[in-house]
Structure formats: structure tokens, C-alpha cells
Design a protein around this ligand. Sequence first.
Ligand SMILES: [Zn+2]
Length: 450
Amino acid sequence: MNCILRGVRVIDPLARRDAEGQDVWLSEGRIIAIYKHMGEGNLPVIDLTPPAGRTPVILCPGFIDLHTHLREPGDEGAETLHSGSQAAAAGGFTQVLAMANTVPPIDTPERVKEATFRAVAASVQVLTGCALTKSLQGEELVEMEACAAAGAAAFSDDGRNAFSPRLLSEAIGCAATIGRPVLIHPEDEETLAQVNNVQGPVQRCPLRPVEAETRAVDFALRALAHAGKGHVHLQHVSAAASVEMLRRAKEGGANVTAEATPHHLGMWLPFANEPHPPGLLKVNPPLRTDRDREALVQALRDGVIDAVATDHAPHRVEEKALPFDRAAPGMIGLELALAICITLGGMGGDWIPTLVDRLTIGPFRVLGPSSGVREPRLRIGEAATCVLFDPAAEWTVEPAHLRSASQNTPLLGARLQGRVLMTLVDGALVHHDRQRLPWPAPTGAETVRA
Ligand SMILES: [Zn+2]
């Protein structure tokens, strides 16, 4: 790879750079120079200059996903570190935070160490998420300090919300001393058990009213206030009412951040074309009304919601084919995130710089410098970690082309806009659209990191 990409819009939020019509000289995984117009000498030029009136192709730092389920160890039939990180690369994500609810869960310093060691082989940077409580049962905190020392980037019982406000408050205080955020899956399990009239686990219960979320948000905010320090991050906020609570808490100075998923930002019920099986629409928290969706989009724009996070949740076919009540919750998201935000969330056009912000520096700030997340920047001369995408390119979601080992999305066959053309991690080409960028790839470059 030694060429000039011509006619690119370069967006680098931390450098406050946003410039159209740029020539980008790439050589062996490095950005050598970015200029308005470059004499090409004998370098090959790939001209990406858009026709008049069409949005240009964009180069920006690699996306960061705060919420990825890689299913390894324990459910490698649904996803592996390898397939999941390939899906991340195809979606423009160069760093992902892996959730801890694997089998067994990542809830001891030894398991954190193992997970962090395994992740070195992935084609993108995989940050290790550690459970907040042992076995995600909500009863006993993990050894937070030792887990952080072993490589835990953040703490979350994602999928569960079984802790008492008192235990949560203790956890927030402890995480504060080691510079880690506490990530919370805000669905109050008591409320879920009551409305579904069940005694046992509530993860697959179908009824998930807004009150289950607002109650959990309220508990989390109270626990944060009680801790008197620390940082709480609310995962996959789904309801307009929660957005209002979040807005008020932030205005009051609380150190709280939040994420929204592409599916909650782009889809609502009733769904336009009911998928088969209907379990493909099942997510926790559920898709809500278009009014909720609009509130999330507005909050993302205002910065009340800090980041887009995929909640990439791969499941085996048979897990999704069960009747809706028993089907596994979640959909895949890494490869579709950008296109869902642009096509269904309406975040193309003048939204693009904000969207790039919420996919790069938004999640970077949520994790914070002690977590081990790398600063999303385009640095001249260094091995690049970046993404090139065409916000106007149309494509069809075809199962055969998805890199994830699972295909549980209600969007199979859908026509979407917004396509990743190239992803570089530490100078290694981890994803590449051969039609749009026709350079010969060096052997093995797509699987081996520099
Ligand atoms: Zn969750």
C-alpha cells in the first residue's frame, strides 16, 4: 500500500480538524502526509473525489465500541475473538470493549489476565471488560483493584442488574480509586420479575416496561451521589424518560455518561417488515416508540448521550428461532452500526461530524486514560489506526458477506447507506474494499497485525 487517496474529507475531532478535498498519502500503513493537493510523482492515485453534490469519502480515527459481546470463552458457535474482531474491522471499529458475561464470566484477576492475553491475537484492539460482581450475581464484588491491575479496562455486570444500590455505591467508590468507570445495564430486575410474574432469571422475560429502565437509572444516580466520587456509565439507554433523567443529572453536575445503540437510534415498534423468526427483533432493552427513538437521537446530538455503542450480541440460529418469549435477546451490530445510524437514524449530511465524534472521542472519554484505551487521533508518520468510509455508498445486508459468526439481525436483505472502505489498526490493513481501493494487498496483511 503506497498511494494517494484523492478528494477525501478528513475528520479528526481531537485535533479539531475537518477539511474536505484532501489528498492523503498512505505508505505501508502510515499516513505520510495530508495536503489540499499533492503532486503525485510516480505514486498511484486512487481518486475518490465525489461527483458534484455527493458527500465525500471520510477518513477519521478508528471507531471505539464500548459494548461488544464476543462470546469467547463458552459460546464459540455464536462468535469468537477472531470472527468478532473481523466483524469489528469491517464495521470500522479499531478498539472494542468485550463484555464479561462469557462462560465462565470474566470475574477474577486470573480470568482477566487470560482474556487480555487471548485478545492479543485479535485483528483489532480488544479491551477486557470485567464483571462488577462475582458470576454477575449482584452479591459480592470482584477483586476490583487486582482485576484492574490484571488488565480490566472497565467493570460491568452487563446483562444483569442484580446488585443492591448499596453494593453499587461501594463499587463506584472503589472503581474511582483505580480510575475505571462502572458500566451499568439499567434494567431493574425486581420490576421485570413483577411484571412478568416470574421467580427465576429475568434475562429472557419479554415484558420490559420503561419503568424497569427509569428505576434502574434512578438507583444508579443515587448510588453515584452516595459514593460521592467516581463515574457511572449507563449502557444502551432506550427511553425518552431516561434521557430526561440523564439530562437533569448532568445539569446537576453528576459524573454520569451514557450510550445508545444503533438499533435503538434507528428502529422502533411496530417494525416496518416483521422479520422471520420474530425473535430477531428481541433485544434488551426492547425497541420502543418512535418518540423514544427521536429523543435518543436528539440527546446524542446534544451530547447528553456521549457515545454510540453497538451492544453487538451474536446468537446461534436456534437461540433466535425459539418463540419470542424464550428467544435469546440481542442483535449483531458491529458491521451495521455506521449504516444503521446514517440510513435509519438519519445521521448523514450535516450530522456526520457529530456521528464521528460519538464513535471516537465520545467512547474514548467514557473509558478514560487509565483504562488502556488509545487516543483516537490521525498522526502523521506513525502507524495508522483509522477508518475510511463512504457515507453515501449503498449496499445490501447479505448473510454471506457478514464477517460475524452469527447473523441475528432483522436487517438481512435491507438496503443501507454508509459503507466502510478500509480499516487500519497499528498500520495493519484489517479490512479493505478491493473494488473501491484497488491496490494489491501484501500477503497476510489482513490477518496479521503489525
Ligand atoms: Zn446490556
